[in-house]
Design a protein around this ligand. Structure first.
Ligand SMILES: [Mg+2]
Length: 226
């Protein structure tokens, strides 16, 4: 493990199972508060996850359901701000938790002296309280979609982490859960471990060096040890 220069983690779906019980719930609450009839069930939200970034996801949905591009974008921006506030409340209420096995991997990396960073397309306003609450001060560099609006599969968030951390690309590993995330990390030149979840089980993760079903998979533990 000492040969690793750093490990860079995605947040949504990777460190935490935030999509189904976090973001989806927050989006639906924002629709309801605004008096809109829209509602995203689990399957619908799964399809919408192909669009990265909450505001873009909303805008795309509003266009698909008949609004003009301008109306869709404006409504999406307004609702996204409210959704972010609701997401923060859910985090403070402890509704978003680490995926099983994540804490153990972080403990092992920490014990091995491996620096850990975050590259996410999420918004800093909820990412920061989430990392604080669920993980404490584990991560050195945290790059979010607020500073780097060029969302995954663009490598921009990873590029920024690598620039700030100054760690060698060939000894840095990314941990992701989805197709867009794996593509972003691969485009940044990183080796990727993909831990699939319920929503990304059918994603094409072929760019990853290792694909597992979760952080409790013994293959993942062995991979990091080697
Ligand atoms: Mg993800």
């Amino acid at each position: 493990m000492s040969r690793l220069a750093a490990v860079v983690f995605d947040v949504d779906g990777t460190l935490v199972d935030s999509e189904r019980d976090g973001h989806r719930v927050a989006f639906n609450a924002a629709f309801e508060e605004a008096g809109l009839p829209d509602h995203w069930d689990i399957a619908t939200y799964g399809r919408l996850l192909r669009i990265t970034g909450g505001a873009r996801r909303l805008a795309s949905w509003f266009e698909q359901t008949g609004r003009s591009p301008d109306d869709a974008r404006q409504l999406a921006e307004r609702l996204h701000a409210r959704k972010t506030a609701i997401m923060r409340d859910l985090i403070e209420d402890g509704k978003v938790q680490a995926r099983p096995g994540v804490h153990r991997l972080l403990d092992e990396l920490e014990a091995g002296g491996v620096p850990m960073h975050v590259a996410t397309t999420g918004t800093r306003a909820w990412v920061e309280p989430l990392l604080d609450r669920v993980f404490g001060p584990r991560f050195q560099i945290v790059v979010t979609g607020t500073e780097v609006p060029d969302l995954k599969p663009s490598p921009a968030a990873y590029d920024e982490v690598l620039r700030l951390a100054g760690c060698p690309i060939d000894r840095t590993v990314a941990v992701e859960d989805s197709r867009n995330g794996v593509r972003a990390a691969v485009a940044a030149g990183l080796r990727v471990v993909a831990a699939r979840n319920e929503y990304t089980r059918d994603d094409d993760l072929s760019g990853a060096a290792l694909v597992v079903d979760g952080f409790e998979d013994p293959e993942l533990v062995t991979w990091f040890q080697q």
